[in-house]
Design a protein around this ligand. Structure first.
Ligand code: ATP
Ligand code: TPS
Ligand code: MG
Length: 308
């Protein structure tokens, strides 16, 4: 059982495995200033910094992709590079932004084949090209466990980024694509970040709250509900599950990299009629002031510090 107030209950001997990712951030950032007018700091998929006027917002994101955590030693190197960039792009998509520039950090051991690193970079280059994104720098270091860190700079222009906190009572709850089986099916290496869908949803003022699903719906939806100070009702039969996988997989395994968003009740039908993309769109429930903010205990979602 997790202690309720982590700041009161952790001791100098406590280990990371005793807490979760959110609790670690609470401990670390207790005395940091992370917000001020025009800036949205911790708690969103990207940090938001307001540009000049009310029409331009910059988005910032940094994402790590680590051997034996996010990919395996045998993963094809082009797909390692592709995934490292795609993960960060998914967070720009989650706010309805468009990507502008990237910095790429890499940690490699001295025994690594140069050919493998070249292939990793080829994976980055081809996805960057697909999104018209410039790689403008990075960092190289030596390390036993191969890792990449991608920093992205993006923007919304002419409309506001969609935060996690905008959902209100009665809003419909939608997801793109299908959920579950990401690791086993290889989706976690091949997914297409939902940049154009996210931008359309934000620029057209369809989505009131939005995020990407990286730790599983069972973990990420309660985060959105908490940010919006609201509960939710899920229609479990409506959840779009990848063929051959289970509802448990769809709710808990994570790395779906799909968009989860809320839409005002009166706009739902129009949204479904107007949806111009090939990727499926599905209503899976609604936000409610009276409903709970959690899934049943058997559905937990992914946490780096805790056993599945
Ligand atoms: N070490 C850290 N220091 C400061 N802020 C952090 C740190 N790690 C995460 N954050 C912030 O905490 C929030 C949640 O981070 P997290 O990486 O879980 O984002 P996410 O979008 O929920 O997940 P993902 O990156 O898998 O999509 C973000 O706003 C992020 O900027
Ligand atoms: C070797 C290997 N083991 C496990 C997984 C599954 N996995 C890793 S990170 C993550 C959640 C999102 O990460 P983050 O919170 O860092 O964004 C999930 C579901 C994998 N892809 N590769
Ligand atoms: Mg995210």
């Amino acid at each position: 059982m997790q202690p309720h107030n982590i700041l009161l209950s952790f001791s100098s001997g406590s280990l990371l495995r005793d807490i979760n990712e959110e609790q670690l951030l609470e401990i670390l950032l207790k005395d940091f200033q992370t917000n001020r007018p025009g800036i949205v700091g911790i708690g969103e998929d990207c940090a938001v910094v307001q540009g000049r006027g009310n029409d331009l917002y910059y988005l910032f994101k940094v994402d790590a992709t680590v051997e034996n955590v996010h990919f395996e030693a045998e993963t094809p190197p082009e797909l390692i590079g592709r995934k490292a960039l795609a993960r960060a792009l998914s967070d720009i998509a989650a706010m309805g932004g468009e990507p502008l520039y990237a910095l790429v950090g890499i940690g490699i051991s001295k025994d690594q084949k140069i050919e493998k690193i070249k292939k990793i970079y080829e994976g980055i280059r081809s996805l960057a090209q697909a999104f018209d994104l410039l790689i403008i720098g990075g960092e190289t270091t030596v390390c036993e466990q191969l890792f990449l860190v991608v920093s992205l700079w993006g923007k919304t222009e002419g409309y506001k980024p969609v935060l996690r906190s905008g959902a209100t009572d009665g809003d419909g709850l939608f997801v793109t694509g299908v959920l579950g089986g990401s690791f086993q099916s290889g989706h976690h290496l091949m997914f297409m970040p939902r940049i154009k869908e996210g931008k359309w949803l934000a620029a057209g003022r369809w989505a009131k709250a939005m995020m990407d699903i990286s730790d599983g719906l069972a973990k990420d939806l309660p985060r959105m509900a908490k940010a919006s100070s609201i509960g939710f009702e899920i229609d479990f039969d409506a959840i779009p599950i990848r063929g051959g996988y289970t509802i448990k997989s769809a709710l808990t395994e994570g790395e779906d990299y799909e968009l989860l968003f809320s839409v005002a009740k009166e706009k739902e039908d129009k949204l479904i009629q107007s949806w111009p993309f090939d990727v499926p769109l599905k209503k899976i429930g609604f936000f409610s002031q009276r409903a709970k903010r959690n899934f049943p205990d058997e559905f937990r979602g992914f946490d780096h510090f805790q056993k599945p």
